[in-house]
Design a protein around this ligand. Structure first.
Ligand SMILES: Nc1ncnc2c1ncn2[C@@H]1O[C@H](COP(=O)(O)OP(=O)(O)O)[C@@H](O)[C@H]1O
Ligand SMILES: [Mg+2]
Length: 257
């Protein structure tokens, strides 16, 4: 037996308690409790219309919750505006729209890196800070397996690599928690494998919360799984636990099983 430290979960970085959202009398999300841990991948799954995207919008404060409380890094963010929440370290990946097609991979990452550092607001820069940007950009590019495509235009990348580049620009903000809404959507098997590997790599340094329909990916890379149905949690645990839960099996029957 290893000591208790070997089995203890890393710290909770994002949590929700009793989270709920009503739209004009329709309850889209109700009573959702969630704990997201540093260096873990947490999947939010459930049939279409279960409320997954709404939960994401509540956590990032794009939507104001009707009920409940959200805590990020020990601070109550239930009433914090979305731009502040993003600066505090909770960042959602916004697909390809965040990528400039005519710029190279490296230029895209550098543009993204200028935001958090506040460099864009300065009209001159010591050469050393530009060098530092180059070094950090190349580090991110290397980490995300894009080194071979560093000088390629974003527009010329495969669909899967565009998504990876988009994740790279998100990581430039150095988020503590990265939210990914269906990162593998529309991808072929090869790209799914590549992106899964990259998400695993990215999660060594931060928490990842992802909505994912591909249950093979969930089984492969996710440490925690929360299952939503009609806005409420019906199961939670590791993949083996939730996939054997009779309520989960019933919820998926006829829709995705
Ligand atoms: N802005 C909105 N106004 C009204 N109903 C909404 C709104 N957003 C989502 N809903 C409803 O809330 C439910 C959950 O939607 P959503 O969170 O998108 O589910 P999922 O992402 O799991 O497919 C659905 O019934 C959807 O129609
Ligand atoms: Mg959705």
């Amino acid at each position: 037996m290893a000591g208790p430290a070997a089995t203890a979960e890393p710290r909770v970085v994002l949590s929700a308690r009793g989270l709920g959202k009503d739209f004009a009398g329709f309850t889209a999300v109700n009573g959702v409790d969630l704990d997201v841990h540093h260096a873990r991948i947490h999947a939010l799954i459930g049939p279409n219309g279960a409320g997954k995207t709404t939960v994401f919008n509540l956590l990032t404060k794009f939507l104001q919750p009707t009920r409940g409380q959200i805590t990020l890094l020990g601070q109550d963010i239930t009433r914090t505006p979305p731009d502040k929440v993003a600066r505090m370290g909770l960042v959602r990946s916004f697909q390809i729209s965040a990528v400039f097609p005519h710029l190279s991979v490296r230029e895209n990452v550098k543009v993204a890196l200028q935001r958090p550092a506040g460099l864009a607001t300065q009209f001159w820069l010591p050469l050393s800070s530009l060098d530092r940007l180059d070094a950090r950009a190349d580090e991110l590019i290397e980490q995300l397996g894009l080194a071979r495509w560093r000088d390629h235009r974003a527009a010329d990348l495969s669909y899967g690599r565009k998504r990876v580049l988009e994740i790279a620009t998100t990581l430039a903000l150095e988020p503590e928690v990265l939210l990914l809404d269906e990162p593998m959507a529309g991808m072929g098997q090869e790209d799914v494998q590549m992106v899964a590997e990259i998400i695993r790599n990215v999660a060594t340094e931060r928490a990842v919360l992802m909505v994912e329909h591909n249950l093979n990916v969930v089984a492969d890379i996710c440490d925690h799984v929360t299952v939503l149905q009609r806005g409420e949690i019906i199961a939670r645990g590791d993949y083996a636990t939730v996939s054997n839960d009779p309520r989960v099996r019933t919820a998926y029957m006829g829709s995705e099983a």
